[in-house]
Design a protein around this ligand. Structure first.
Ligand SMILES: [Zn+2]
Length: 269
């Protein structure tokens, strides 16, 4: 399994981070991708990645929840770090829009989202996108960047909409934009409609397994029966089990296909 989104640099893992990483390796987790959220997180993420070459892979970006009055200063630092560490990075992220917590900096969120997407195109890096209560604006901006005359031919931008839990319509639009869907613990939650969404129905086909990647979003969103605990990558097995039901296959196949999807998308060796 490849965890395409884990905040292993966060405080929650500080007391025993090395043990946590060793435990995932032992359990068969092949790699962890670590998204950056702000300027302050840059050094910590690069440091963890350097201590675990070929296992922990860094991304840098400005998270929408970290967009505040100082966003331009933060972005300048992050952009410089992205350019300086280009050979180490596997993506720009985590970037996007979040209107759930706060809409004070809505237009600034949109502006820096656009800037980060443009930088990703310029540098040929995939993006890790976060969208919460902001689907319409997120899709609009992606289409502005990605589409020419309603199509996205030869697009330079690729990436993942992380922690996907949207509608069939939204899933289809994300696929049409050439992006992948990141699936995590949420799919195991009671009353969650994500499995049905992926399964398709009506005018929607089943979402191709070739467009899914696994993730934890750790320390958050641990799958059932670990809900509420600090998340670990090895528990993605529970996500794979749930997906196996949707795709009428076994867990092994889900893991193999999503592994190769993650390797292709993030050009992991
Ligand atoms: Zn995240």
């Amino acid at each position: 399994m490849i965890d395409t989104h884990i905040h292993i640099d966060e405080e929650a893992y500080a007391p025993d981070r090395e043990e946590v990483i060793a435990r995932q390796r032992e359990a068969g987790v092949e790699a962890m991708l670590i998204p950056g959220v702000n300027a302050a997180s840059i050094e910590g993420i690069l440091d963890i990645a350097r201590r675990h070459p070929g296992y922990c892979y860094p991304a840098l970006g400005l998270h929408p929840q970290d967009v505040a009055a100082d966003w331009q200063t933060q972005w300048a630092v992050i952009e410089q770090a992205i350019r300086a560490h280009l050979d180490e990075l596997i993506a720009i992220g985590e970037i996007g829009l979040d209107y759930y917590w706060d809409t004070t900096y809505k237009s600034e969120q949109q502006e820096v989202f656009r800037m980060q997407l443009e930088l990703a195109q310029e540098l040929h890096l995939p993006v890790m996108i976060h969208s919460r209560e902001a689907t319409e604006d997120c899709l609009r901006i992606l289409k502005e960047i990605q589409m020419v005359n309603g199509k996205c031919p030869n697009s330079k931008l690729t990436g993942v909409l992380h922690c996907f839990n949207g509608s069939r319509e939204t899933a289809q639009q994300i696929l049409d934009l050439g992006l992948y869907l990141g699936i995590g613990g949420v799919i195991t939650f009671k009353n969650c409609k994500l499995a049905e969404t992926l399964a398709g129905g009506g005018r929607f086909e089943r979402v191709p397994l070739e467009r899914l990647v696994l993730e934890t979003d750790g320390p958050y969103l641990a799958p059932v029966p670990h809900r509420g605990e600090r998340n670990e990558s090895r528990w993605m097995e529970l996500v794979a089990e749930r997906l196996a039901l949707v795709y009428e296959t076994d867990k092994k196949t889900i893991i193999e296909v999503t592994n190769s999807n993650a390797k292709r998308l993030f050009r992991l060796k």
